[in-house]
Design a protein around this ligand. Structure first.
Ligand code: PHE
Length: 360
């Protein structure tokens, strides 16, 4: 009986001090494993006399279940501790805001194209497109630009290559978006109301010119369209685009082979302390060319000039982007400088609309 009390004390003590589940398992093996101390004693019961067995039996059984229960309780405690440690280490605050991930930005030119598309769409214009490598006919002839016109001269136009001996006129990088007028008229006939934003190319490079730049062409043909509607459309566009109540536009008589009469349009602005303001001030900035579509151009587009007439305009997108967002140097638009793009770029969720830009 003394031996039993000794075992009891020893194992309860070992169980209490087992630091982890592995240590506890070795205590279990030493006590209750196949060759464990208590198991061996129980095996010896068979060799005892009946009397001795009557006292030793219950005592050993009692010891066995007490140790077993202590082992189980300690095991549960150790497992709880492990779980608590994990819960603490793997703790996660699901209410924290997400980590911002650096994302690309929308280039101001793309933003402005989306803005003006939204504004003209609201006035009933749909978007038409044409190729940037254009045939000589679409870029010039169809637009009533005679072969001797200065716009055809080498210093303005990028010509594509022709194989030696191929005497057809070379294709060109389109010098304006006006060829899309012809393509749209051919494709849709009259009446028609389209805009055509896109890239154009001219050999020119300084602070306000790059060899590639952007225009948006506008074309509206119907039975009774006049200069008055051209003026209203452009004023309405500028008001919405620049988000000012009053814009003042100045129409200057001009000349384009593809419009008659023709007008260049300037917008009133001021440059003060390097700050550009639209709609007020003493300065004028040329932003577009326009006019009534020339009968020969209607004809080239397959539209009968005795039945239909309308206006066209070509607006410099880069120009109006610089004006609206206060970007001083045109060349920076196309240098792909990440710092510039992050500064002037737009978030992808900056949805263009009729009031685009108001949230900035
Ligand atoms: N295509 C002309 C240019 O590039 C602009 C323009 C378009 C003028 C339509 C009149 C009508 O300068």
């Amino acid at each position: 009986m003394e031996a039993i009390a000794g075992l009891r004390g020893k194992y309860l003590e070992q169980i209490a001090s087992a630091a982890d589940i592995e240590a506890l398992e070795s205590v279990r093996l030493a006590a209750l494993g196949k060759k464990g101390e208590i198991s061996l004693l129980m095996r010896e019961l068979g060799q005892m006399g009946a009397e001795a067995r009557q006292t030793a039996g219950p005592a050993l059984n009692g010891l066995k279940s007490e140790i077993d229960a202590a082992l189980k309780a300690r095991r549960a405690g150790l497992e709880d501790a492990v779980l608590n440690a994990r819960l603490k280490a793997e703790w996660l605050d699901v209410t924290l805001p997400g980590r911002p991930r650096p994302m690309g930005t929308i280039h101001p030119i793309s933003q402005v194209m989306d803005e003006l598309t939204a504004i003209f769409a609201d006035m009933g214009f749909s978007v038409a497109e044409g190729p940037q490598i254009e045939s000589d006919w679409y870029n010039f002839d169809a637009l009533n630009i005679a072969p001797e016109h200065p716009a055809r001269q080498e210093h303005d136009t990028f010509f594509m290559h022709r194989a030696p001996g191929d005497n057809r006129p070379p294709h060109v990088l389109r010098t304006h978006t006006s060829p899309v007028q012809i393509r749209a008229m051919q494709a849709q006939g009259a009446p028609i109301r389209v805009i055509a934003p896109g890239r154009v190319y001219r050999m020119d490079m300084d602070q306000t010119h790059t060899p590639m730049f952007h225009q948006v062409e506008g074309l509206a043909i119907d039975r009774d369209i006049s200069m008055a509607q051209l003026k209203w459309t452009l004023e309405e566009f500028c008001r919405a685009f620049f988000e000012v109540e009053e814009v003042e536009l100045r129409f200057r008589a001009s000349h384009f082979p593809f419009t008659e009469p023709s007008a260049e349009v300037d917008i009133r602005c001021s440059w003060e302390g390097g700050q550009l303001k639209i709609g007020e001030g003493k300065d004028w900035l040329e932003i577009l060319g326009s006019g009534m579509v020339h009968p020969k151009v209607l004809q080239a587009g397959g539209i009968d000039p005795s039945q239909w007439q309308g206006f066209a305009f070509g607006l410099g997108i880069d120009r109006i982007a610089m004006l609206k967002y206060g970007i001083p140097d045109l060349r920076a638009f196309f240098e792909s400088d990440l710092r510039w793009l992050r500064h002037y770029g737009f978030a992808s969720l900056d949805q263009p609309g009729l009031a685009a830009g108001l949230s900035r």
